[in-house]
Design a protein around this ligand. Structure first.
Ligand code: XUL
Ligand code: CO
Length: 444
C-alpha cells in the first residue's frame, strides 16, 4: 500500500536535548512513572474528525488544508483513504486509540439504510486495520448536530420524527462501537440546549434527552456493550445555552434520571473554560463523584470566547490534569483524546505531526510533573494538616454524622469565638509547584 505521509518519519523519543522537530522530547512511551509506563497512563487517542476530516475552513473563509488524500470527498473511496491515512498516522506517532463520529467515517446518504450499509462496509475495513495495526477504539459517538434536521437538537428537538431519526443514528453508532470493541460511547449534546426560553419547554426537552440516553443504555447493554457511557459537558456553542453546561450540571442530570450507574463524564479542557471553570476544576468535580471517565485533551484561548480546540501546550494545565488523573487512580476505560485541530494557518501534513508531538510532549511533561508533586508529598501533608482540626473528637463526630446542631452550638458556646482557621499558604503551595515543575530530575 502506498504511504500517505511518505516524507514523514516514525516519531521516536530523543529526549529534551533533541532539536529534531519530528522527535518526542518528553514522551518516552515505555518509561515507567509511578509503576506504569507512560503510554498506559496517558492512553492517547486520535480524533477522526479533526485529524482526518477538518481542513481548516471557518465562518469567514474556505479550507486551507487538504484531507482528500487523493480522492473525491464524499465518496467511499475517500472514506477508505481516510482509514489508511489514520492508521498510518497512528503508527507513526505511536498512538494506540482513536475516537470517531458515525459521520466522520463514511459519507451520509439520503436514506438510513444506505448510510448504515456504508457504515457496515467501512467498519469491516477499520476492524481489519485495527487487528493488523493493534489499535483500539477509545469511544464512538453519533453526530447529532451537523445535519439541518438537528437545528433544535436531537434528544431535545420539538419534532418527534427528528427524535426517532436521532434514535436510529444512536442505535447504529452503538452497534458500530460494539463491533469495534469500543471502551466508551459519548453523548456530546451538540445542540441539546436552547436559543431562547420564550419558545422552549425546558423540562420536556430534558426528559426526552434522558429517555434517549436510557434507551441507549438499555440497547447498548443488550447488544453486549460493557464500556462506559459518557456525557461530555459543554456550556455553549453551538447553542446559546447547552443543558450539559458543566460537570456538576451533568452529574445532577444523570442522578435525577437514574443514569449515573452507566454514565461517567468525558471532560474537555476547552469546554471547562467555556463554562468559566478551570480544566482542573472540572476534573476534580468528576473525580470526587467517582465519574472521571475520559478526557478530550485540548486547550482554549482565554482571550477568545469560543471553542478553539487547540493542541495543548500549557504545561501548567497538563500538570494539573495529570495530577487529578493520578489522584483519581488513573484511567480505566478512558484516555486522552486529542479533540484538537491545527490552526488554520498550519495546513500541511507536517503540521499534523508537529501538533501531535506538541500535545503528547505536553501531557508527558504534565505526567512527569504530577508524579513528582505526588511523590514529593508536601502538598498532601499540607492538606492533611490543614483539615486536622477535624481529627478531634467533635470533628470526628461531625464527619461520621453523629452529632446535632444543638451539640455543636453548645460546643461553640463553651469554646467562645474561634481563632482564625490557619493560613492557606497559597503562595507557598504555588511555589512548591513551581519548584517541582522546574526540577528536571532524571532528564538531562
Ligand atoms: C465539540 C466536541 C465534540 C465531541 C464529540 O465541541 O467536543 O467533538 O467531542 O461529539
Ligand atoms: Co470533545
Amino acid at each position: 500500500m502506498k504511504e500517505i505521509f511518505e516524507n514523514l518519519p516514525k516519531v521516536r523519543y530523543e529526549g529534551p536535548e533533541s532539536n529534531n522537530p519530528y522527535a518526542f522530547k518528553f514522551y518516552d512511551a515505555d518509561r515507567v512513572i509511578m509503576g506504569k509506563p507512560m503510554k498506559d497512563h496517558l492512553r492517547f487517542a486520535m480524533a477522526w474528525w479533526h485529524n482526518l476530516c477538518n481542513e481548516g475552513s471557518d465562518m469567514f473563509g474556505a479550507a486551507t488544508g487538504d484531507k482528500s488524500f487523493g480522492c473525491i470527498p464524499g465518496t467511499m473511496e475517500h472514506a477508505y483513504a481516510k482509514v489508511d491515512a489514520g492508521f498510518e498516522f497512528m503508527d507513526k506517532l505511536g498512538i494506540d486509540y482513536f475516537c470517531f463520529h458515525d459521520a466522520d467515517i463514511a459519507p451520509q446518504a439520503d436514506t438510513i439504510e444506505e448510510t448504515n450499509r456504508r457504515l457496515d462496509e467501512i467498519t469491516d475495513y477499520i476492524k481489519e486495520k485495527m487487528e493488523k495495526h493493534n489499535k483500539k477504539l477509545l469511544w464512538g459517538t453519533a453526530n447529532l448536530f451537523s445535519s439541518p434536521v438537528y437545528m433544535n437538537g436531537a434528544g431535545s428537538t420539538n419534532s418527534v420524527d427528528v427524535y426517532c431519526y436521532a434514535a436510529a443514528q444512536v442505535k447504529k453508532a452503538l452497534e458500530l462501537t460494539v463491533k469495534l470493541g469500543g471502551l466508551g460511547y459519548v453523548f456530546w449534546g451538540g445542540r441539546e440546549g436552547y436559543e431562547t426560553l420564550w419558545n422552549t419547554d425546558m423540562k420536556f426537552e430534558q426528559e426526552n434527552i434522558a429517555a434517549l440516553m436510557r434507551m441507549a443504555v438499555d440497547y447498548g447493554r443488550r447488544i453486549g456493550f460493557k464500556g462506559d457511557f459518557y456525557i461530555e459537558p459543554k456550556a455553549k456553542e453551538p447553542m446559546k445555552h447547552q443543558y450539559d453546561f458543566d460537570t456538576a450540571t451533568a452529574i445532577g442530570f444523570l442522578r435525577q434520571y437514574g443514569l449515573d450507574k452507566d454514565f461517567k463524564i468525558n471532560v474537555e479542557a476547552n469546554h471547562a473554560t467555556l463554562a468559566g471553570h478551570t480544566f482542573q476544576h472540572e476534573l476534580r468535580v468528576a473525580a470526587i463523584n467517582g465519574m472521571l471517565g475520559s478526557i478530550d485533551a485540548n486547550q482554549g484561548d482565554l482571550l477568545l470566547g469560543w471553542d478553539t480546540d487547540e493542541f495543548p501546550y500549557n504545561v501548567y494545565e497538563t500538570t494539573a490534569c495529570m495530577y487529578e488523573v493520578l489522584k483519581a487512580g488513573g484511567f480505566k476505560n478512558g484516555g486522552l483524546n486529542f479533540d484538537a485541530k491545527t490552526r488554520r494557518s498550519s495546513y500541511t501534513y507536517e503540521d499534523m505531526f508537529l501538533a501531535f508531538i506538541l500535545g503528547m510532549d505536553s501531557f508527558a511533561l504534565g505526567l512527569i510533573n504530577a508524579a513528582r508533586i505526588i511523590e514529593d508529598g508536601r502538598l498532601d501533608a499540607f492538606i492533611k494538616q490543614r483539615y486536622s482540626s477535624f481529627d478531634s473528637e467533635i470533628g470526628l463526630r461531625i464527619r461520621s454524622g453523629q452529632t446535632t446542631l444543638e451539640e455543636l452550638a453548645e460546643y461553640a458556646v463553651k469554646k467562645g469565638k474561634p481563632p482564625l482557621p490557619g493560613s492557606g499558604r497559597q503562595e507557598y503551595i504555588l511555589s512548591i509547584i513551581n519548584q517541582l515543575i522546574n526540577k528536571w530530575q532524571g532528564l538531562k
